[in-house]
Write a protein that binds this ligand. Structure first.
Ligand SMILES: CC(C)(COP(=O)(O)OP(=O)(O)OC[C@H]1O[C@@H](n2cnc3c(N)ncnc32)[C@H](O)[C@@H]1OP(=O)(O)O)[C@@H](O)C(=O)NCCC(=O)NCCS
Length: 184
């Protein structure tokens, strides 16, 4: 498991699926705001979902996020769009509603940076988020991401086009803020 100050990033377990499905993926608003594809409900036995981990998929590494205090599942985190030629990747995360606004997101970004830069040897990490997602923007900026541009009207979200902000962080500019470590 990868650990920060407050969170652990571990493999996805079978018991995570019902919680993530109910609290993240079947939430129309969260799904519409967080995903590039149109929202659709995820049935209990579906394998056609971002939730599922395909071990041979090299371009995406999905984690489940836990609270280090009690081991409770609090969300998901991904390194995705991994490009081993240009050594770049995207990061994404989503916390269960009750876990938001408590500093977990900032720590998840820190751990994903450790995974991307140290474990995977990336030289650039990127985030795209809706321009009104202040919590995501702050979580990224707290970890050194800088705003590189605005993708105007790039996201269709629940009846309107919204702008997305593109943020990037280069390995040479990264200053680790969390005591990230990897346990067996
Ligand atoms: C976006 C998300 C991951 C951020 O994680 P979080 O744990 O809520 O954020 P944190 O508690 O670490 O807060 C980070 C910063 O944002 C601020 N913040 C938190 N919630 C906020 C809110 N609702 N509105 C404005 N600012 C907020 C905090 O004060 C903090 O700022 P600071 O560093 O200046 O003190 C989380 O809110 C989430 O999962 N949201 C729903 C899914 C989503 O939007 N995912 C991202 C898709 S790109």
């Amino acid at each position: 498991m990868l650990t920060g100050h407050k969170v652990g990033l571990r493999a996805r377990h079978d018991e995570d699926f019902p919680i993530l499905r109910a609290e993240l993926y079947n939430d129309v608003v969260n799904g519409s705001r967080s995903q590039v594809a149109p929202w659709r409900p995820v049935s209990p036995d579906s394998k056609d979902s971002e939730l599922f981990v395909h071990d041979k998929e090299e371009g995406r590494v999905p984690f489940s996020v836990v609270d280090l205090e009690d081991g409770a599942l609090i969300g998901i985190a991904n390194l995705w769009g991994i490009d081993n030629h240009n050594r770049s990747a995207h990061i994404g995360l989503g916390l269960l509603p009750a876990a938001r606004g408590k500093g977990f997101g900032t720590d998840v970004v820190a751990v994903l940076c450790h995974y991307g830069f140290v474990v995977r040897g990336m030289q650039r990490l990127q985030i795209e988020t809706l321009s009104d997602n202040d919590a995501m923007l702050r979580s990224a900026e707290r970890n050194g991401f800088v705003r590189e541009g605005v993708l105007r009207s790039s996201a269709w979200v629940l009846g309107e086009f919204m702008d997305e902000v593109l943020l990037g962080l280069l390995a040479r500019d990264w200053r680790p803020t969390a005591l990230t470590s990897a346990d067996a």
